[in-house]
Design a protein around this ligand. Sequence first.
Ligand code: BG6
Length: 504
Amino acid sequence: MPDEQQISMNQSCIFIIFGGTGDLTHRKLLPALYKLQKHELLPDNFAVVSVGRRDKTDEGYREEAVASIQGSRKDASEEAVDPDILNRLIQRIYYRRVNFDDDHTAYRALQTCLEQLDRQYKTNGSRLFFLAVAPEYFGVIVTRLKERGMLNNRHGWQRVMIEKPFGSNLKTARELNRTITDALPESHIFRIDHYLGKEMIQNIMALRFGNSLFEPLWNHHYIDNIQITSNEMLGVESRGGYYEKAGICRDMLQNHLLQMLALVAMEPPVNLEPESIRDEKVKVLRALRPFNVDSAKQDIIRGQYGPGLRAGQPVPGYRDEERVDQNSMTDTFIALKAHVDNFRWAGVPFYIRAGKRMNRRVTQIVIEFKKLPGIEFFDNFKNQNPNLLVVEIQPNEGLFFQINAKKPGNELIMERIDLNYTQSSWVQTNSPEAYERLILEALRDNKSLFTRWDELEHSWQFVDSIENSFKHFTPDFPNYTAGSQGPMAALDLLRRDGRRWWEI
Ligand code: BG6
């Protein structure tokens, strides 16, 4: 049998989405399944069971799924949804009602349904569960599935994909991890950080380990500082209830931003096996210097947006968002100076920032190289710009490299040259979406795009050090206008070091 067919046989399964009526399923998971179907990456023997707390028929749910998939096109330039492909997917989507913390009755009914679909689709007991539910249900769902023997079928395989947030601090993350690992082995757990599924984040390794131009310079001898930014124009939308408990540290820093930092700062892995990559990322997270009250006061800028404008339209301040306390002290912005205390990065600041309701949407990593020392003695080269390498993650996907060269003409004067590679325009809108890739990799049993427990453990340790020090000072919120660059103090964080945020 050819390899490809073998792979596809191994991937045969039922994909069960807990949280099937939720926002994530409709905005991301169903469109991702459609794309996988379109690219013929779904196995033939495959069905989807969406599980939710509301009453719905299969037909009713399918209609909603069609609307979500059709509505998911980013813009008119994206190919229209093909009705035949859509129909092939929709026919194998089912809906079942389960109260997640229900006793065994609902889970028993679900199990019967899965067994019947197993016979129909020849999926041999293999299950890929996706927990797209509020975090308080992660533990109970996994426990119920275990109690019903649904995680240790004698036939096939069982895997569980778990959305973030994985806990709200180190203690609760440990408790959750204990519950989950009691129910199934680490090798069957796929903890999601959807940033790892983004095209340009995967490109970081290719860029670093595929270019003799960069890797020899990738250390404190040549790099002045690294800037990691993830700014959004959106506010908290309808997620005020969740966000009040999370804030930007738990929502973005603990996961997405620290994962980007780990990929940028890690040593070359011994090979590209998932465990080898994760071993190296863990070492970086362990080397992050924790904050204390003094260093937090000095090197962390907190922010919360007040009312302002988005695209010329007035938008409310955070405290006026739905399900947000009028006196909330939740952070919607953070900028900080972090240090990775190891040989490679001694003395190199990692400036990290993320914010909601900012003036532009941008996720990018800027590597600022040191200037050449001799340049001081070349009068005409005094206006030398630092070399910058920028990995543009979104909304543009690309690379940007800033170098200096001679300005054309009779004088020997230096000018800045920008080398720009825009992948998103080259591949049009074809870069796979993060969730498309994550589902595919979980079907393939490839864990490199998922976080291992010890990665989470060390990132929580770091974030706990920040959250604990926050208890000792009260910022004056709100302190930035929606649609602005965030608090002015975030600019000073670099200015006082003689640096600036690069807005590329
Ligand atoms: C999620 C956060 O993990 O990432 C959201 O919970 C945030 O608050 C989102 O908006 C950002 O993801 P993306 O892919 O739009 O950058």
